[in-house]
Design a protein around this ligand. Sequence first.
Ligand SMILES: *Cc1c(COP(=O)(O)O)cnc(C)c1O
Length: 849
Amino acid sequence: MINLYDILKAANGQLFGEPKANLFTDFALDPQHVDNNTLFVAQRSDRGDTHQYIKEAIASGASGVLCTEPPDCDTDGVSVLMVRDTVDALLDWSHYTLGKLGVTTIAVAGSSGKSMALDAITRVLRTRYEVHRGNVDADGRLSVALALAKLTPTHDYVVLKLSSEHSGDMAQMVEAVQPRIVVLNHIDCVHPAAFEDCRQYINEQSVLVDYLSPGALAVFNYDDDKTRELASRARDGVQVKTIGIDRFGADVLAFNVKSGRERLGFDVRYAGERYVGRWSPVLGQHHLYGLLSALAVADFAEIAVDDALKALTDLEPLPGRMSPLKGENGMLLVDDSYRASYSSTKAALDWLNAINTDDTRTIFIMGDMDDVGENSRYGHRSIGQYAADIADIIITQGAEAALVGRAAIDVGVSARYVRPTYSARDTVETLRSFEPGENDVVLVKGGESARMETVVRSLLADDTDAEKLVRQEATSIETVAHTLRPSRVEVDATILAENVRIIKSLIGDSITLMAVVKADGYGHGAVMAARTALMNGADYLAVASMEEAMELRTAGIDAPVLVFSYAPAESVRQAVRQKITLSVYDLNQAQLYDRAARDISGKLAVHIKIDSGMGRLGFLSDEAVTVFRHFQALNHLEFEGIYTHFSDAEASPEYTEQQVETFQQVLRPLRAAGFSFKYIHAANSPGTLLSSDNHFNMVRPGLMLYGLQPSNAVPLPEGVRPLLTWKTTVLQVKTFPPGHPIGYGRTYYTRGEERIAILPVGYADGLRRSPQTWDYVLVHGQRAPLVGRVSMEKAAINVTDIAGVKAGDEVVLLGQQGDEHITAEMIADWLGTINYEVVTTILPRASRL
Ligand SMILES: *Cc1c(COP(=O)(O)O)cnc(C)c1O
C-alpha cells in the first residue's frame, strides 16, 4: 500500500491543488498500465521524459500523479504530488516505509540469476514466515519502490533484486533499503553501457558488501571468482557463507548434480552433514546457485536444511528462464527468452549439452543478444563457436544473431544445419522444415528486444501455456537512447516476408521469382532482404555488381545471384567459383568471359541482355541474330537466361507492349536456331503488375517487395506495405520570441512566439537540405513542419501547435506514428524525385538497429 502522505513526508514534496485519494495500490510508469488506484510516476531520464503522458494517465484513471513540474492538463479529482526528483523521492519513500513497517530486507544483486535466487529464497522462507516477494521486471533505482508497492505490515521479510544501471545506483539503493542479508551469485564483465569498465562495475556491486553491519549475512558464490573476491571485503562480525558446486571449500556445497530434461537433481553437504537432495524443477546448473543461496539464507533464518530442500522441490520455472514447455508434435520446448548475456547463453547451452543423448536431437534457436556489451560482434561469434559443438541445428533470428550461425559454419558446421532468419514467422517455419518431434529438444534464447517469446508462443502444443511466457504485452512508451545513434532505421522483416508471399501467389508457381536486392536491398539491408525473400517464395536474387553479390555469398547465402551491371573479366574466376551469374551485353565482353572461364577450366553462367527500347545496356534487337552465331563457339559460357528491361512500365502500358514485341522478335529466330534458355525475363515491379504477358517464366521485382509503389498509375497489390521506419528523437525544445531567425542563413524568422524543437539529424544523415527538404515530420502523432535550413547534423521543427513536446520525444521522419504516416512516395514528392532515390540515398546514411 502506498500512502500519499508518506511520500510527502519522506521526500519533502509539495501538493499541487487539492489532494483527493491518499492511498494507492501500485505505481505505474506507463499510462497503459494505469488503473483506478494507481499512482502514475512521471520521470525524466536520458531515455526521455514521461511527464508528457500525465494527461493520458489521468484519462486512463490514475488517481494520483507524482511529478517534478505542474501538469499542463486538468488535474481535478486527482492527487498531484510534486517533488524535486521522482526517482529520489521514491527511494526516500522506500526507506521510510521499510523503517515504519520494520521488515527485514534481503537483497539479491549481481549480473544474472537474481530472479531464481529471489524465488528460491522466498519459497524457503515462506515455510515459516510471511515474505513479500519483491519481483519486478525492471532495473535501476526505480525498481526498488516498484517492488515495495504491495508491502504490508504483516510481512516479516522482503526479498528484493538490486540492479544498477549507473554507477552510484547501488549506494543509493542500499542506503534506502538497508539489507540485513545480501546474496551475490554472479558478476559478469558484460555490464550496462553506463559503466566505464568492469572494475567500475565490480566496485558498484561491492558497495553492497561494504555497507553490511555486524550480525548481517552475506552469501557469495564460491565458484565465481569475482564474487568470491568480494567476500573478503565483509567487515568483522558479518557472517559470510559461500556456496558452490562440486568444489571443496564452499560452505554449502552441491554434488552428484544430475541435469534432467525437466528437472535438476543434487545432494548437499553443509556444516559437515550430507543431505540427500531431491529433484527441483529447474533446468541448468547455473540456476542451482539460486537454490543453494536459499539454503544458506534458510539456516540464518533458523529453518532446517531438510525443510528448505523440501520447499525447493516445488519451485516453479520462471517465465522465459529455462522454462520447459510442451511444444507441437511432442518436442520439448525450453523457453529462455527473458534475456541473453554471453554467460547466460553459454549456461543454457551447457544444459543442452548435458541432456543430449544419442537419440536426442538438439535445436538451438537464437535471437540477437542485447547484453553483450561493446563488442557485440565478438560476443555473438563466440556463442556460435560454443554452440557448434553442442547443437545439432542452429536457427538464428536477426542481423547480429546471424553472426552466431556464421561462426558455427566457420568452425565446420554444415550450412544445412545453420539457418539464419530475420522474423519470428520465418524462424518457426524454418524449424518446422526439420519436422521436429518427440526426440527433439528446442532451446529458444535471445535478448529482450529480440522478443523470442513470440517464437515460443507459435510452437506451443497447448495454447493455454501462453500464460507462462515473459512479456505478455508491449509497453507503449518507447525508450530511445540517442547518444550513440542520432537517428535510426527500423526494418520489419515480417512485412517483407508477407509482401514476397503475396507477390509470389500473384505470379503463380510456374513463374520463378527473382528478388532484386541491389543498392543494399533498396536501403533496407541486402542480406536480410535476400534471406527473407528466399524463405518466402523467391528462388533467384539479383544485384548490381560483383561486390554486392559477394556480400551475399560472404553472409553464407548460396542461392543463385544475377549481376545486372558491369563485372570485369578479372572477376570471372570468382563468379565461377561462387556460382554467380553475370550479364552479357557485348560480344567482346562475352569472349573475354569465355576465355577467363576456360583458363580455370570452369563454366560461367550468363544471362544475355537485350535492349528492346530502354536505350541503355544490351544488344539491340537487330544485331542479336548475328551476334548469337558467335556465341555458339563460346563453350565455357552457359547461356542460362535472356532478358530485357522496361523503361516506362509505370506510365505506359503501350510502350511496354511494344518492348515485349521487340523482345519476342529476338527470341523467335533464336529458338528456331536451336538456342534454348532456362530463364526468360523482362518484368520489373510495374512490368510484373501490368500484365502476365510480361512474365515469361521469371519476373524481377525490386521496389514493390519493399512495399514501395511504382507509380500512381500502378497501385500495389492488396496487402503489400512498407516495412521501414526512420526515427530520431528531440534534442532540445525552445520558445523563441516573434521575429527570431532559425538556422544557417536566417532563411526562417518566427512569425509569433514559437516553440521550436531541434533534431539531431541533418543532411549528412540523409535528411536532404536543398533544393527542397521534408515538408514535415511526425511528433506525438502530429505533423511538425521543418523550419529554416537543414544543417549537416541538425534540423529544426516547429512544434508550437503540438502540446508537450520535450527532449527525448520520438520523431518519425519516414514511417508511421499514431494515425499519421509519411511514405517514401510523399517524401519523393517533396524532394522532386522518386521513392527509389529516397530509400537508396537516404537510408544508407542512417544507422539501423
Ligand atoms: C533494378 C532493376 C529491376 C527492379 O526494378 P523495380 O522497378 O525496382 O522492380 C529489375 N531489372 C533490372 C535490370 C534492374 O536494374
